[in-house]
Design a protein around this ligand. Structure first.
Ligand code: URP
Ligand code: ZN
Ligand code: ZN
Length: 470
């Protein structure tokens, strides 16, 4: 591969913002400096652009089987959309089948991704039954670079595990250098509320939210951290945190010096319960778990991001179409018409994360550009064992680089997005900032609105131990 020189841009990392050129040799960053001159190098002009490390989305579900259907993006369509949005690494969730070895899920997800992904990808493992055998297999997974395990405190009979199982897995994660990621909602209470609502003939999508109160998330979050403390002060990472009550628990445990971490997602920063009141069945677009909350939670989440009680913004990208037959896909959200509890849980977002957070965060003065990079690339790379290969611009790091135009505006829409789903939760929203050129390991894969990469070029990332900072 010839050398590439990115000239005249403003480098933005989690630590700094300065004008410099970046030299790429093969797949790696070879030099960063001013006035770099390299004979024969291909030049990319980055004047007026921010030059940032490619975004890292550590929470995606490509082709996730859920509620009798599958998430509509596969590794090809989903990672292509990610690239268009400025994300060059994803970490997706493999799912253990009941009673099956973790190796089976690992192999199945590698098969789904190989030959399809266009950006690099890692895997977490969703553990559904915490047997002695599985506790042993967790070590093999860590050795294979699948160093994080998601457990669910919700979805009884589908994903939920009990406190004893969580406790055992936490203890084991500390022994083997893995990280437990928790879906924290009180599934038992929610189940009772769902049954009660259905018995009262409440079937519309909004009842998904009304039966999953924020207190159920707060309680489960506090319980999860208490279990981690009892396990000896084990690190714990809460996924898709949506509610002030849950954030309060994160803050409490962090203030006590415990290794408590959490991510939130754009949907919880920009959408709210009001979306469930959209006419007809449109509220189904926003059926996800945890659900969207009342608007006032958003301010609390922004405070959490500003004060580092929330360290990561991921997407929980898990799209399901509203209409049957879109690009040949089967019935998805429609499965729950007439019964909100049958609406597949999840929404699209892998393409829109970087722009939404830039617009709502940097452009509106809530966070700095460096904090934006830290939340969307650097800390995700550190916590998920990818740093410094990914997540920063440094000599020796992978040349995953995005040229970001901070002045450009774009209108988010299903008409123009690349995700394989027939709606966009942010339809019509005008946002500032856009990825104009995207490089993955030195190769330009998106430029001027065109995809230039090759299907299947993405590589599996063997992740290392988490780097956990306060
Ligand atoms: O609604 C959601 N979040 N769907 C994906 C599965 C999960 O819990 O992350
Ligand atoms: Zn979850
Ligand atoms: Zn998820």
């Amino acid at each position: 591969m010839p050398k590439t020189l990115i000239t005249g841009g403003t480098i933005v990392t989690a630590a700094d913002m300065y004008k410099a050129d970046v030299l790429i040799d093969g797949e790696k960053i070879a030099a960063i400096g001013t006035g770099l001159k390299v004979a024969g190098a291909k030049r990319i002009d980055a004047s007026r652009m921010y030059v940032i490390p490619g975004g890292i989305d550590v929470h995606t579900h490509m082709e996730l089987p859920f509620g009798g259907t599958m998430a509509s993006d596969d590794f090809e369509t989903g990672t292509t959309a990610a690239a268009f949005g400025g994300t060059t690494t994803i970490v997706d969730f493999a799912v253990q089948g009941f009673g099956e070895p973790l190796e089976t899920a690992r192999d199945l997800w590698l098969k789904k991704a190989r030959g399809k992904a266009v950006v690099d990808y890692g895997l977490h493992m969703i553990v559904r039954d915490v047997s002695d055998q599985v506790l042993r297999e967790m070590e093999t997974m860590v050795g294979d670079g699948i160093s994080s395990f998601k457990l669910f405190m919700a979805y009884p009979g589908v994903f939920m595990v009990d406190d004893a199982a969580i406790f055992k897995a936490l203890v084991r994660s500390a022994e083997i250098g893995g990280l437990i990621c928790m879906h924290a909602e009180n599934g038992g209470v929610i189940d009772v509320l769902v049954k009660k609502a259905l018995a009262a003939k409440h079937t519309e999508p909004k009842w998904h939210a009304l039966t999953r109160p924020p207190e159920a998330e707060g309680e489960a979050t506090g319980r999860a951290f208490a279990l981690a403390e009892m396990a000896g002060g084990v690190p714990l990472y809460i996924v898709h945190l949506s509610a002030a009550q849950a954030l309060e628990q994160v803050r409490l445990f962090r203030d006590r010096g415990l290794p408590a971490y959490a991510e939130t997602c754009p949907q919880y920063l920009f959408l709210s319960y009001d979306n469930y009141e959209e006419p007809g069945f449109d509220g189904a677009k926003y059926v996800m778990s945890p659900p969207l909350r009342e608007k006032w939670h958003q301010d609390e989440l922004w405070k959490g991001l500003q004060r580092n009680d929330l360290q990561v913004v991921s997407t929980d990208h898990c799209p399901f179409c509203m209409k049957e037959g879109f690009r040949g896909l089967p019935k998805q959200k429609e499965l729950g018409r007439g019964d909100f509890s049958k609406i597949p849980n999840g929404a699209p977002g892998v393409e829109t994360r970087m722009a939404l957070l830039f617009d709502g965060g940097v452009a509106q003065g809530r966070i700095t550009a460096s904090r934006w990079v830290e939340l969307t690339a650097t800390t995700p790379a550190k916590i998920m064992g990818l740093f410094p290969r990914k997540g920063t611009l440094a000599v020796g790091s992978d040349a995953d680089i995005v040229l970001w135009d901070p002045k450009a505006t774009q209108t988010l829409s299903a008409k123009t997005h690349h995700m394989r789903v027939d709606y966009n939760p942010y339809e019509g929203r005008k946002v500032k900032g856009r990825a104009t050129t995207v490089l993955s390991r030195g190769e330009v894969i998106v430029a001027d609105g065109k995809f230039l990469g090759k299907t299947g070029r993405g590589k599996f990332l063997k992740r290392g131990r988490p780097i956990l900072q306060r």
